[in-house]
Design a protein around this ligand. Structure first.
Ligand code: SF4
Length: 243
């Protein structure tokens, strides 16, 4: 955020991080309730949307946001997200997509991994959830997908083509995303699930779709997401070429 907003918003974002931490550790607590995990992911999405909308009204973008339906440049970046969001996406898919569409997605996830997650290709292929330029789980998409609010679509295209690393964007959604995702990471750690706050999305989703009773097993302490704990390029949030 711009310097003049730091004092006003900084404390608020710290409080937001602490609130999300408490919510996460509470909902992931001793009850080991699968519904609590889905509620946590849903609540995080609502908190993100409400907070970034109200903060953006106070601290509007310096330039018009260029993002529009059908523009998919940021869906070609590698996506990192957390375990509760992956479970929510899988639950949403299984409730809203036809079995044939879920089967087709599983095939695309496997092909994406076999292609080294598109890391060797410029421009990089799209997220396997993108069909006809639309996200198949838009309502449940990860926070990081919501936080990208570019000022210049030409810069997104240049990044897509490997000609640019950073894109000028509205900082409010990015700051709110950071606060919520760091609060969640704190809460996951407190609840005993450290390491599952920053997973490669396609690999993690494939694990959930291919694992019987994945949510119950994760809650029981099985490290089902270990293969999705990314060690490769872009593993830290914010590196060029990733969300
Ligand atoms: S989850 Fe949806 S919005 Fe996010 S990168 Fe994939 S297709 Fe795009």
């Amino acid at each position: 955020m711009a310097d003049q907003t730091d004092d006003v918003a900084g404390g608020f974002l710290l409080d937001l991080r602490a609130s999300v931490r408490d919510m996460a550790s509470g909902l992931l607590g001793p009850a080991h309730d699968p519904a609590g995990v889905l509620n946590l992911a849903t609540n995080m999405l609502k908190i993100f949307e409400l907070t970034q909308q109200s903060l953006a009204a106070t601290f509007p973008p310096a330039e018009p946001i260029a993002c529009a339906k059908g523009c998919t440049y940021c869906c070609h970046l590698l996506v990192f997200t957390d375990a509760p969001t992956v479970f929510l996406v899988a639950d949403t898919m299984n409730r809203t997509l036809a079995p044939a569409a879920v089967a087709a997605l599983k095939d695309r996830l496997a092909a994406f991994e076999a292609d080294n997650f598109g890391l060797d290709t410029v421009p990089r292929p799209a997220c396997p959830l993108l069909v006809d330029s639309l996200c198949q789980v838009y309502a449940a998409r990860p926070l990081v997908c919501r936080a990208q609010n570019s000022f210049h679509v030409a810069q997104c295209e240049e990044k897509h083509l490997g000609e640019r690393k950073m894109v000028e964007a509205h900082d409010v959604p990015l700051d709110v995303w950071n606060a919520v995702s760091e609060g969640l990471a704190d809460g996951l750690k407190e609840a005993g699930y450290a390491g599952d706050a920053n997973l490669e999305f396609s690999k993690a989703l494939g694990i959930v779709l291919d694992t019987d009773r994945a949510l119950e097993r994760w809650l029981g302490g099985e490290p089902i997401f270990a293969p999705a704990r990314w060690q490769g390029p872009g593993g830290a949030q914010g590196l060029p070429g990733t969300h």
